[in-house]
Design a protein around this ligand. Structure first.
Ligand SMILES: [Zn+2]
Length: 100
């Protein structure tokens, strides 16, 4: 089961996000006159952070999918199309393939 924090990028984004949020909330607490400005900054950081994690998550899924595809397929020696390793003949160019 995938955890969003398997990806190094997502972990770094989380760390930066936390620091940014804490810094903004801390600043909001200490600089009362700009309280709402820092709250908005914190919300923007939360939004950017979630978006970043989503991007890394999508990239991770893409890489996993690619790995799975590369494990079950190969390139046809005749036409370079991606075919299943279990194929006896290329479905694109019809070349006979050795059962491997
Ligand atoms: Zn082929």
């Amino acid at each position: 089961m995938f955890s969003m924090f398997e990806s190094k990028g997502a972990r770094v984004a989380t760390l930066i996000g936390f620091i940014g949020i804490l810094a903004s909330l801390g600043a909001a607490f200490f600089i009362r006159s700009l309280f709402s400005v820092f709250i908005i900054v914190a919300l923007v950081i939360v939004a950017g952070w979630m978006l970043t994690i989503q991007v890394f998550y999508t990239l991770h899924l893409y890489r996993e999918d690619r790995k799975r595809m590369e494990a079950t397929t190969r390139l046809c020696p005749g036409c370079d199309a991606r075919i299943y390793k279990s194929d006896d003949a290329c479905p694109y160019c019809g070349i006979d393939l050795d059962a491997s």
